[in-house]
Design a binder for this molecule. Structure first.
Ligand SMILES: [Zn+2]
Length: 91
């Protein structure tokens, strides 16, 4: 059986296969979302399919003062508000 690397979501602390999580990289300028998982730097992981994990409150423990910006970036990318469900597959 192939080993699946597990990563922990920083918001809900669930362990999931790396491929199911969205990588976030902390840079000097703030957080960058890294859907390809290839950016250098300190990475963290968030559930892309659970809007609860994109909230400022849940991210604060990990991101501190930057939680709000990270929350907004996740929502913009994953479509958590204004019905922009860009993340969901059509059909
Ligand atoms: Zn999560």
């Amino acid at each position: 059986m192939k080993h699946v690397p597990l990563r922990m979501c920083v918001a809900c602390r669930k362990r999931r296969p790396k491929g199911e999580l969205l990588r976030v990289v902390l840079t000097e300028g703030g957080f960058l979302l890294d859907p390809t998982g290839k950016l250098p730097g300190r990475g963290a992981y968030v559930c892309p399919d659970n809007p609860d994990c994109w909230t400022e409150k849940k991210l604060r423990r990990f991101a501190g003062a930057r939680a709000k910006a990270l929350s907004e970036a996740l929502m913009a990318h994953l479509g958590g508000k204004d019905g922009q469900n860009t993340h969901l597959p059509a059909g």
